[in-house]
Design a protein around this ligand. Structure first.
Ligand code: AKG
Length: 336
């Protein structure tokens, strides 16, 4: 647990930011590339619509998510996050911004990764293995819905990755290579912010503390409760936070730290957090991280003699393991 907050965040007046919106069915690919590039250079956030996942199915996934979080705590604790980062994370489990938080995030979550059977050699790798699933007697059909959403979200992610590649002057299939998004560490995280728990930035209390995501991109779907805020310039003092409006049926997409490293800091992975006012809120983050051995190193199109690589190369699995270790409670703390 974090100690006292050193520097209190000033309660800044916040406005709602305007984000570019990219339609995945737009036949004008140059327009999509240009909108995406502008967003990546500016806020690192954009909306994606016309992605091919129906509104009915999105509603069904949210409905099933709510059913899980409605279960009694002892039932959810039976599925506590394991060493492969699959399963339930109770409120306060994650501390994303120790400098500015007095305790962990209010949100509770549920991690679902790519299903890899126990006897598959791939299950030896960190982050890979079987998921934990609620019993069929308690939540019939739950697994089928979540697995389908996982697959659909991966398909959408691959389409977005093509536009990102073009925006970085790479071949459209750059991220399709086996070592890139061949066997990605793609993780769906269902999230729930409990009714009655309000953030208080002055006291260092947050629904979700300020952080940037770790991987390539994140696809976020939210209900209509406002709460997500972004900070476009993390070095500015005081930091200016702006709300991102929910978009029914669309995704809020943001870039992760690996993409910032790949692009030598040209594309931005932006600080974001969630401020809740006591209303219940549901969201679903789909984190797209590349294959384990993928070497994240400065792209040739993002460096020059006067602009040398800013970050040392790192493999995806090593980078991700460290980031999870830094932000989640040690699992042994639940058994003390
Ligand atoms: C995260 O889990 O990384 C988030 O940023 C959650 C955002 C949200 O709930 O809107």
């Amino acid at each position: 647990m974090a100690g006292p907050v050193k520097e209190l965040a000033a309660p800044a007046a916040v406005k709602t930011t305007a984000l570019n919106c990219i339609s995945l069915s737009d036949p004008d690919i140059n327009k999509s590339v240009s909108l995406l590039k502008q967003a990546c250079l500016d806020s690192g956030f954009f909306y994606v619509v016309d992605h091919g996942i129906s509104q009915e199915f999105m509603d069904e996934v949210f409905f099933q998510s709510k059913k899980f979080f409605d279960l009694p705590l002892p039932e959810k604790m039976k599925l506590l996050r394991n060493e492969k980062h699959r399963g339930y994370t109770p409120p306060l489990d994650e501390l994303l911004d120790p400098e500015n938080q007095v305790h962990g995030d209010y949100k509770e979550g549920y991690y679902i990764g790519v299903e890899v059977p126990k006897d598959d050699p791939q299950a030896e790798k960190p982050f890979f293995g079987p998921n934990q699933w609620p019993s069929k007697d308690i939540l019939p059909g739950w697994r089928r819905v979540m697995e389908q959403y996982h697959q659909e979200a991966l398909r959408v992610s691959r389409s977005i990755a093509k536009i990102i590649a073009l925006a970085l002057d790479l071949d459209a299939d750059f991220f399709d290579k086996p070592e890139m998004l061949g066997d990605p560490i793609a993780t769906l995280r269902l999230l729930h912010y409990e009714r009655g728990k309000a953030s208080n930035p002055v006291k260092g209390i947050y629904g979700c503390g300020a952080h940037s995501d770790y991987g390539l991109i994140t696809l976020l779907a939210t209900d209509d409760v406002v709460g997500l805020q972004i900070c476009k310039d993390k070095d500015a003092r005081p930091q200016i936070w702006e709300y991102v409006a929910p978009l029914k049926g669309g995704f809020i997409v943001n870039l992760g730290d690996m993409l910032e490293r790949w692009s030598n800091g040209v594309f931005r992975s932006t600080l974001h957090r969630v401020i809740v006012d006591g209303q219940e809120r549901y969201s679903m983050a789909y984190f797209v991280e590349p294959s384990h051995e993928c070497l994240v190193e400065c792209l040739p199109s993002c460096t020059s003699e006067t602009n040398p690589p800013k970050y040392p190369p790192v493999t995806c699995a090593a980078y991700l393991s460290q980031r999870y270790k830094d932000t989640h409670l040690d699992l042994t703390s639940y058994h003390e």
